[in-house]
Ligand binder design. Structure first.
Ligand code: ADE
Length: 223
C-alpha cells in the first residue's frame, strides 16, 4: 500500500512512523510512506497556507489552492483522499480494516480552524476523526490512522492471529494477559492459565473479555 501524508508539520509524522513495526513495514515493502510539507505547493514568497474566514470569526482557515495542487500532483489512479478533522466520521477497527484494503491513500491533515469547505466538497472522499476530542492539528491524528491501518497489511504483524485477536474485532475488549513470574508481590496468575487445558482457558478468556467490556465499554455490548 502507498500512503501520502500532506501536513504543515512533517516532523510530527516522521518520528513515530519510522520506528518499530512502522519502520519494518516500510523496509519490507508492505508500506510505501511519503510525508509531504503542504507549503511545497504554495507559489507565493511567504508560503502562505491560511487566511481569515469569510463572514468573520476567530482563527484562520486553510486555503484551498495548495491542498488541491498537492492532491492533484499525488493522485494516481485509484487513490482515496482522506481528511483528518474532528468533524469527521469516527475512526474504529472496522474502518481500519476497510482502509487497509485500499491501494493508495492520500491523507490531508487539517489545522487552524479548519479547511476551506470546497476541499471537503470537491476533493475529499472521507472525513475521519480519531475520537471525540480536539487535537492541535491533524498530523497527530494521521499518525494514529496510519499506524492502525499499517499493522493490518499482509505480512506486517509477525503472527496473523494477533490481528484476529485484537480488541474490537469481535465487538469485545481483549481478555487480560499475564507472563512470568507466576507470583509477583503475592499476586498470583489465575490457575486456569497455568493448567494447560485449552478449552478451559478459552472459556475463561471469553468470560473475562465480557466482564472487562461490561466494565470499561458497556456501549460495545449495547450496539
Ligand atoms: N484534528 C484535530 N482533532 C482531530 C481529531 N479528533 N481527529 C482527526 N483530526 C483531528
Amino acid at each position: 500500500m502507498r500512503i501520502d501524508v500532506i501536513t504543515l508539520f512533517p516532523e510530527i509524522c516522521r518520528a513515530p512512523l519510522n520506528e518499530s513495526m512502522m519502520k519494518r513495514a516500510q523496509q519490507s515493502g508492505a508500506l510505501e510512506l511519503h510525508i509531504h510539507n503542504l507549503r511545497d505547493w504554495t507559489n507565493d514568497r511567504h508560503h502562505i497556507v491560511d487566511d481569515a474566514p469569510f463572514g468573520g470569526g476567530p482563527g484562520m482557515v486553510m486555503k484551498p489552492e495548495p491542498i488541491f495542487a498537492a492532491v492533484d500532483s499525488l493522485r494516481a489512479g485509484e487513490s482515496r483522499v482522506v481528511l483528518m478533522t474532528p468533524q469527521g466520521r469516527r475512526f474504529d477497527q472496522h474502518a481500519a480494516q476497510r482502509f487497509s484494503r485500499d491501494g493508495h491513500l492520500i491523507i490531508i491533515c487539517g489545522h487552524y480552524e479548519g479547511v476551506d469547505h470546497r476541499v471537503v466538497e470537491n476533493l475529499v472522499d472521507e472525513e475521519i476523526s480519531i475520537g471525540d476530542y480536539v487535537l492541535t492539528n491533524g498530523a497527530i491524528a494521521a499518525v494514529v490512522f496510519v499506524d492502525a491501518i499499517t499493522r493490518l497489511l499482509p505480512g506486517v504483524l509477525g503472527d496473523v492471529r494477533s490481528a484476529a485477536d485484537d480488541s474490537f474485532v469481535e465487538g469485545l475488549l481483549e481478555a487480560p494477559q499475564y507472563t512470568r513470574p507466576a507470583e509477583f508481590r503475592g499476586w498470583k496468575v489465575p490457575d486456569v492459565l497455568l493448567g494447560g487445558n485449552h478449552a478451559e482457558i478459552a472459556r475463561w478468556r471469553r468470560e473475562q473479555a465480557l466482564a472487562r467490556t461490561e466494565k470499561n465499554r458497556p456501549d460495545l455490548l449495547r450496539d
